[in-house]
Design a protein around this ligand. Structure first.
Ligand code: ATP
Ligand code: MG
Length: 580
């Protein structure tokens, strides 16, 4: 081993560059953040060959003085940080190392002008060395050009993916910036082709300007299939759009998360979203969402990683419970609504739910548990006594599983099993928490044989099932006796139900986590106790199901996140027939 030596500045910069710049998209992020910090209103980004051969970022911000150009590209030089604000950073940048890092691994130039004229200055750096600072034609603002990124670090260059892939990452990044900074104009050119083009909305309402931008960037489907999110607590405010559970994806690419205007990619936040959606979405699906978290700047540590896309919150548990509560409150607000479905909409893969129910009574003589919601405008016409029902009036059933209902706007098609499953599930859960599960005594108790090891293991847990309306006692060394079942599922196949519930308990590792357990057991009972597909329904029963859906929260999706009904507007139907 050779002597201990101080590393040269150029080597130190390259090492720093390794941390700050993972790929071309990281350089784009640093440059755009500099433009935002400079108060730019318009930012144009030009990318060549996935950012490998060219990244140019042009802004109309406050610019850099001629004699500060050389300083700006030195390591640890910044105009944003001083000793008093390290714990309360309000700017995107603060480390003073982005430009020096980029310049050390590329051919690099900045031209900038602080005044409203065309007399700017350019600094050019080649192989980490300043080549010149000279006057140049440049209007107010800054233009940074990065050519041949990573040419001096071949290992990093090799690790990059295809031009297409790197371009996608850059596009996604600019989408993020454009969504959160909706009062700034962003234009992205990939190989001279405009890929993202934004315009500024003049609407006076902040929210409308935001919606307008989301429509520009992500298309109208995103807004149409989301709930408007807005919640404030003492320290945190949340805003954005929360995707309908039925509008879900196989990855988290449609999730856009920001903290105080900063683009964030934080795995722990993703886990919170999963928990918040778990009751309304199948576990391997991801919702679409835009979440802007605002909190006091000294409440969040942004200096976690040189790439600045992770943060730490001073009270993470508070944030977590606030997000979960806000999301769940929002789901309640949507009631029976689900996504505005188009035939091309991705849906959860068909899940094989085994239900054995033969004949379940839908019609209840007593409606007291399901009061009809009177908030909807009634038709008010004296000669029309019928009440207005949002989900309309059932007309018929087809393929013994789908109900057609006529509504004011068109028709809806209901998946009877999925819809009833959610109704039973929500009802069971409510009764469970209110300690009100009604049970039905089995005239002839059912004895089930079980492995005696299982019985020993679950003796205590079997007792707990009483709270769900399942009264099961140990009966001898290798059997149990089922004496009562929840009245809601009174006609179900008891053996299959008990088998499934015991199976749930065997697979549940986190039994202490009461909510998971309650949801799972209620879900299993609901599945076994819901009308199955294939069961013929009377019109009266169909209407009864529709009324219950209208009065059950989350009834727009089944427990697995699939829609329980779809709407076909009369306008769309008429279009299909060439009438409009
Ligand atoms: N587009 C720009 N417009 C105006 N000034 C800029 C621009 N880009 C950089 N600067 C100036 O150059 C300085 C150095 O930029 P650099 O990105 O290296 O560091 P930083 O933004 O302060 O911190 P960080 O390393 O966290 O990004 C900035 O502090 C800012 O004063
Ligand atoms: Mg910076």
């Amino acid at each position: 081993m050779s002597e201990i030596k101080l590393l040269s500045d150029s080597l130190i910069n390259k090492i720093a560059a390794g941390e700050v710049l993972e790929r071309p998209a990281s350089a784009v992020k640093e440059l755009v953040e500099n433009s935002i910090d400079a108060g730019a209103k318009k930012i144009d980004i030009f990318i060549g060959n996935g950012g490998k051969s060219n990244i140019t970022v042009l802004d109309d911000g406050r610019g850099i003085k001629k004699d500060e150009l050389e300083k700006a590209v030195l390591r640890h030089t910044t105009s944003k940080l001083n000793s008093s604000n390290l714990n309360c950073i309000k700017t995107m940048g603060f480390r003073g190392e982005a430009l020096s890092s980029i310049a050390s691994v590329s051919d690099f130039s900045i031209s900038s002008n602080q005044k409203n004229n065309s007399e700017g200055y350019e600094i050019k750096i080649v192989s980490g060395k300043v080549k010149h600072v000279k006057p140049i034609n440049q209007k107010k603002g800054t233009c940074v050009k990065v050519r041949n990124l990573f040419f001096s670090t071949p290992a990093r260059l090799k690790f990059l993916k295809s031009e297409n892939y790197e371009s996608i990452l850059i596009k996604r990044l600019i989408q993020n910036f454009a969504i959160i900074h909706f009062d700034k104009e962003f234009n992205l050119y990939l190989n001279n082709k405009i890929t993202i083009k934004t315009s500024l909305s003049k609407d006076r309402e902040v929210k409308n300007r935001f919606f307008n931008r989301v429509n520009q960037i992500l298309g109208t489907d995103f807004v149409e299939n989301s709930i408007d999110l807005e919640a404030h607590s003492e320290f945190i405010s949340l805003s954005g759009l929360l995707g309908y559970p039925t509008f879900n994806y196989s990855n988290s690419n449609n999730q856009f998360v920001f903290v105080n205007g900063r683009v964030i990619n934080d795995k722990t936040l993703n886990t919170i979203f999963r928990v918040a959606y778990k009751d309304v979405m199948f576990h391997d699906r991801f919702p679409q969402l835009i979440l802007n978290i605002k909190c006091p700047h000294d409440w969040v540590d942004v200096n976690v990683h040189p790439m600045k896309n992770e943060v730490r919150f001073s009270d993470f548990n508070l944030l977590k419970s606030f997000i979960i509560k806000t999301f769940r409150d929002s789901f309640e607000k949507i009631g029976y609504e689900n996504n505005k479905l188009k035939s091309s909409t991705p849906l959860v893969e068909e899940n094989n739910v085994n239900c054995f129910q033969e004949k379940i009574k839908l019609k209840e003589t007593n409606y007291s548990n399901y009061e009809i919601n009177n908030n909807y405008d009634s038709l008010q016409e004296s000669n029309k006594p019928e009440q207005f029902y949002p989900l309309g009036h059932a007309k018929s059933q087809f393929h013994a599983n789908y109900i057609i209902s006529e509504t004011e706007e068109g028709i809806i098609i209901v998946d009877q099993h999925a819809a009833h499953e959610r109704i039973v599930y929500e009802s069971l859960k409510k009764d469970y928490y209110e300690n009100k599960i009604k049970t039905q005594l089995l005239l002839i108790p059912i004895i089930l044989n079980l492995d005696n090891l299982v019985i020993k293991d679950y003796e205590k847990k079997l007792e707990n099932l009483g709270k769900f309306g399942l009264k099961i006692d140990v009966f001898g060394s290798n059997s149990v006796i089922v004496r009562e079942i929840p009245a809601l599922v009174s006609d179900c196949n008891v053996k299959n139900l008990v088998d499934a519930v015991i199976n749930d308990m065997a697979n549940e590792n986190s039994l202490n986590y009461l909510e998971t357990e309650v949801n799972k057991i209620c879900s299993t009972i609901a599945c076994h106790g819901s009308i199955r597909s294939g069961r013929k329904l009377e019109v009266e029963e169909m209407n009864d199901l529709l009324r219950k859906m209208e009065n059950t929260k989350n009834s727009g999706q089944c427990n697995h996140g699939r829609p329980t009904f779809i709407k076909l507007n009369i306008v769309e139907i008429e279009k299909l027939f060439g009438r409009k």
